[in-house]
Design a protein around this ligand. Structure first.
Ligand SMILES: Nc1ncnc2c1ncn2[C@@H]1O[C@H](COP(=O)(O)OP(=O)(O)O)[C@@H](O)[C@H]1O
Ligand SMILES: O=C(O)[C@H]1O[C@H](OP(=O)(O)O)[C@H](O)[C@@H](O)[C@@H]1O
Ligand SMILES: [Mg+2]
Length: 405
């Protein structure tokens, strides 16, 4: 009987009804027990019972900062897009204990030797995705508590996969957080209670928990999907608690390419000195950041007018301004070479994030692409053509937008 009772929580109501009929005919169960079972089925059908033990899986895609980054970290603006070339996925399975599952390769704790361990740390750093999953759970729980959002008490296990090249400025970290956040929102059935505009900030808070210097552009692109124009002006953010995010038609984009290298670089390290100078009121950093933010504003007009010559100029200016602010040592030779390799064949190039990958646009089209493919091969870089992800907002998400309230 206990086994049958458990199955009520794990299967669809229709299926269990059939089981119950069989049960009441073929077993000599007491009437009370049968009544309890019927009641559980009825509750389940009315939506009052515990949630079905379904597995929830969500993907979040890599993002490219097309214009304006890193001014998003400094109340600027950005145009970013989500790409389907790479993604992270998180899987939530109901379980009796709450489990965060270590990834067999990304969270490695068993080594063949000391030199294997040291080599691994030097190439990929100390951390994998487990800390991101844990921070997501913490931030989600805290937010629900603060907002008085009720949750059921069932447990789950969380595991992840990712094929986003590690720490390449393609937002591999926030993709894991974003996918995990979506799983939690659906497991607890609170998608309608956590507004789309707020979610990027919560995803960011999870990474801030871990001491990472991060901005909102990654998370906005990953929550919304597609191509998004973002304005993070301080007064607007203070007033609404989030930036102003506008989805743009992805067909406005010209074909883009992505160049990347296996070059782990924790974004926190790259940002640390510039952030401090900005906080200290350094005039050069502040005015340069404003210029970078303006590139996104101009870029929005350029895209709407399909003025791709202008777009190319703005992309190049974006990297040049970053280079002046951060300096060549912080950026590293590899990042500079990736930008240069594209420019040598006439492409407009800039970093997609804090380093490790470059977005390239070829104003003259496929003949230039061929040339770049050859140069990348010689330099040991990878090159792929960008596949843009369409908008990811579903009906419930759209209803939560402040413009629809
Ligand atoms: N592919 C990955 N697998 C597991 N964890 C990752 C991966 N990429 C990033 N992380 C986690 O995110 C942290 C910060 O990454 P970050 O420098 O922001 O890279 P990215 O540019 O990909 O977002 C890493 O220290 C690690 O904890
Ligand atoms: O420096 C940048 O352009 C971005 O750096 C971080 O992204 P990452 O993918 O980790 O390199 C940061 O989170 C973004 O907000 C910055 O724009
Ligand atoms: Mg990151």
């Amino acid at each position: 009987m206990e086994l049958q009772l458990l199955s009520i929580h794990t299967k669809s109501a229709k299926f269990t009804l059939l089981e119950l009929q069989l049960l009441s005919i073929h077993t000599i169960a007491s009437q009370t027990m049968v009544r309890r079972l019927w009641q559980a089925v009825e509750e389940r059908m009315e939506g009052n019972g515990p949630p079905p033990a379904t597995i929830i899986e969500h993907k979040a895609y890599a993002r490219i900062g097309l214009l304006g980054n890193p001014s998003d970290v400094y109340h600027g603006r950005s145009i970013s897009l989500n790409i389907s070339n790479f993604w992270a996925s998180v899987r939530l399975e109901p379980s009796s204990d709450l489990k965060i599952v270590h990834h067999p390769t990304h969270d490695l704790f068993k080594f063949s030797s000391l030199s294997h361990l040291v080599n691994r740390l030097e190439n990929e750093g100390y951390y994998g995705g487990v800390r991101l999953l844990m921070a997501t759970c913490k931030v989600f729980t805290k937010y629900c508590k603060e907002q008085g959002i009720n949750r059921h008490n069932n447990n789950f296990s969380l595991s992840y996969e990712t094929n986003i090249p590690r720490q390449t400025g393609l937002s591999g970290s926030s993709a894991i957080v974003c996918a995990a956040f979506s799983c939690l929102v659906d497991f607890y059935k609170v998608r309608d209670k956590i507004g789309v505009e707020i979610r990027p900030q919560l995803i960011l808070n999870a990474e801030k928990e871990l001491g990472m210097v991060v901005g909102l552009q990654d998370r906005v692109a990953q929550v919304y999907g597609g191509l998004v124009y973002m304005d993070f002006e301080k007064s607007k953010m203070d007033e609404c608690g989030h930036g102003i995010y506008t989805q743009l038609d992805t067909s406005l984009l010209p074909p883009l390419h992505l160049i990347y290298a296996e070059n782990p670089s924790d974004s926190g390290k790259v940002h640390s000195t510039v952030r401090q100078r900005w906080l200290d009121g350094d005039k050069f950093i502040i005015s340069s950041m404003e210029k970078v933010a303006n590139l996104a504003l101009e870029g929005k007009t350029a895209l709407l007018e399909k003025d791709y010559v202008k777009l190319a100029t703005l992309m190049n200016q974006n990297f040049d301004l970053r280079r002046r602010m951060f300096g060549d040592t912080a950026l590293g030779g590899l990042n500079i070479e990736m930008v240069e390799v594209g420019r040598r064949v006439g492409a407009a190039t800039k970093l997609t994030g804090s380093g490790g990958a470059v977005v390239a646009f070829f104003p003259e089209g496929p003949s230039q692409v061929k040339l770049l493919e050859e140069s990348c091969k010689k330099s040991g870089f990878y090159i792929v053509s960008v596949e843009v992800v369409p908008s990811l907002l579903n009906e419930i998400d759209i209803r939560t937008l402040s413009s629809n309230k």
